[in-house]
Design a protein around this ligand. Structure first.
Ligand code: GRF
Length: 195
């Protein structure tokens, strides 16, 4: 069994989708859900699912990302994860942290990478007049929202879409894509998964 730790900052719907999938013959089990925000809804949801949680508030560390990460590494390394999944984790990680988990860390991003790294992806897709939007799961490298794309799911942009309606449609796909990519990643299946 591979041990999976999940980092989040928000409501944790992707975390829930991942954890619901990690049952039965799945090659992984969730061992920790950690957040930089002690109030993150995802921590509560993880606890309700019986998963160990940890909160390391980033605010006392100010701009000192390395010190925050050192604190986060405490509970994280104690959980001995084989795979680290970022699921709506809103802190930029230092190259040193990323290097430590090289080849073991995945992220989901709500755009069809390499388009729209960073924030406000849906508004940017609408402003560009794109007819398709979607989400990507990629390996995490030191460059934000970069790294090899392992899976991608597309949705149509519909007439009258707002950033909110588009985000909802994409999020639904995220919940299918991320678990599917994690399964493949854990078993070493190569190639791009397209949903
Ligand atoms: C998702 O859209 C994810 O792609 C983005 O942040 C959002 C997190 O949502 N990076 P949730 O916390 O998983 O519900």
């Amino acid at each position: 069994m591979k041990r999976v730790a999940i980092l989040l900052s928000g409501g944790g719907s992707n975390m829930v989708a991942l954890c619901r999938d990690m049952v039965g013959d799945h090659p992984c089990r969730p061992v920790l859900v950690a957040s930089n925000d002690p109030e993150a809804g995802g921590l509560q949801r993880a606890a309700e699912m019986g998963i160990a949680t940890a909160a390391v508030d980033h605010r006392p560390f100010g701009k000192d990302r390395a010190a925050f990460e050192a604190a986060l590494l405490g509970p994280l390394l104690a959980a001995k994860p084989d795979i680290l999944c970022l699921a709506g984790f809103m802190r930029v990680l230092t190259p040193a942290f990323v290097a430590r988990f090289e080849g073991q860390m995945l992220n989901i991003h709500p755009s069809l990478l390499p388009k729209y790294p960073g924030l406000h992806t849906h508004a940017r897709a609408l402003a560009a007049g794109d007819t398709e939007a979607g989400c990507s799961v990629h390996e995490v490298t030191a460059v934000l929202d970069d790294g090899p794309v392992l899976g991608r799911a597309t949705v149509p942009v519909l007439f009258g879409d707002t950033a909110e309606t588009l985000a909802q449609r994409v999020l639904f796909k995220e919940h299918q894509l991320y678990p599917a990519v994690l399964r493949r990643f854990a078993t070493g299946t190569k190639g791009l998964l397209e949903l």
